[in-house]
Design a binder for this molecule. Structure first.
Ligand SMILES: [Zn+2]
Length: 291
């Protein structure tokens, strides 16, 4: 699932392809759960509009238009937002892929999973939204309009502070990991980064949140910002279907210390990394470095 770094990398890379350009046409393959705003309304409202800015709230991308309307996009499990000029074998269908030589790079041709195609008046590269499993969401908000999905988001994970984390966890009996994943508390921390940040802070994921000390909250907040910023720098994690908008792969998965490393030796102490379930999520930690 794309997490905050992947969404932020997408925002930074796709921004220049959207900002300042006027939409000539919106093409939609078919209506689906993806469209919280009906396709006919999206077409009517966005055709002729110019993109003024591309922002992010937690894991949501928010495109703002010249008339103040905003298009809110969540990439769900398998959402991909990229340029028609992108090349990456993972964008191709299984059939296309099997007929490709290993190093072949071809431009992507919109397929049945390409739900949205944005064409611009300048005739340059188009922008595609592709989502195989359709857990993504697309919503149009008029100027000044709000939506519960955005309104209930907590502070952005890149702006987390130890003090805020300490306050928010006092008296809480839920696990610290469950609270880190609570989007109303901190928006944008997902499973991978929660595990990585807890490792760096030396805190065991299942520990009661209320028992995490002030000092540990400081370490945890720094660790959250560090792992997210580092992942953004390296282009996000190329897990499953995530592909950066220009078709390149991310490299963060090479830097993970615990996530998906169950049974491997801890890089710090050599103990075997454990895999368990906390907050209904697969969870990885070092039994010696994390208490
Ligand atoms: Zn260790």
């Amino acid at each position: 699932m794309p997490e905050l770094p992947e969404v932020e990398v997408t925002r930074r890379r796709i921004g220049p392809l959207l900002i300042g350009r006027r939409i000539r046409e919106i093409r939609i393959t078919r209506d689906s759960n993806l469209f919280l705003t009906r396709p006919a309304r999206l077409r009517a409202r966005l055709t002729g509009r110019r993109v003024a800015a591309l922002g992010r709230r937690g894991k949501y991308l928010v495109a703002e238009f010249d008339d103040g309307a905003r298009l809110v996009l969540h990439l769900g499990m398998t959402g991909q937002l990229f340029s028609s000029a992108a090349t990456n074998p993972r964008l191709l269908s299984a059939t296309q892929r099997s007929s490709l030589a290993p190093d072949a790079q071809e431009n992507f041709t919109p397929d049945v999973h390409t739900h949205l195609q944005i064409c611009f008046e300048d005739g340059g590269p188009e922008v595609y939204l592709r989502d195989v499993r359709r857990f993504g969401k697309l919503l149009l908000l008029e100027r000044g309009e709000s939506h519960p999905r955005l309104a209930r988001l907590g502070v952005d994970a890149l702006e987390t502070t130890g003090e805020a984390l300490f306050e928010a966890t006092r008296g809480r009996t839920a696990s610290i990991k469950a609270l880190l994943l609570d989007q109303a508390l901190i928006s944008g921390v997902g499973n991978i980064y929660a595990d990585e940040a807890l490792f760096r802070a030396g805190v065991r994921p299942a520990r009661r949140a209320g028992r995490v000390t002030r000092r540990e909250c400081e370490r945890l907040a720094s660790a959250i910002r560090e792992v997210l910023e580092r992942s953004i720098e390296t282009g996000g994690s190329s897990i499953r279907d995530y592909v950066a908008p220009d078709g390149s792969d991310g490299f963060y998965q090479d830097e993970r210390r615990v996530y998906a490393r169950g049974g491997e030796p801890c890089a710090r102490c050599g103990s075997a990394i454990r895999r368990t379930t906390v907050a209904q999520r697969g969870t990885h930690y070092c039994p010696k470095c994390q208490t």
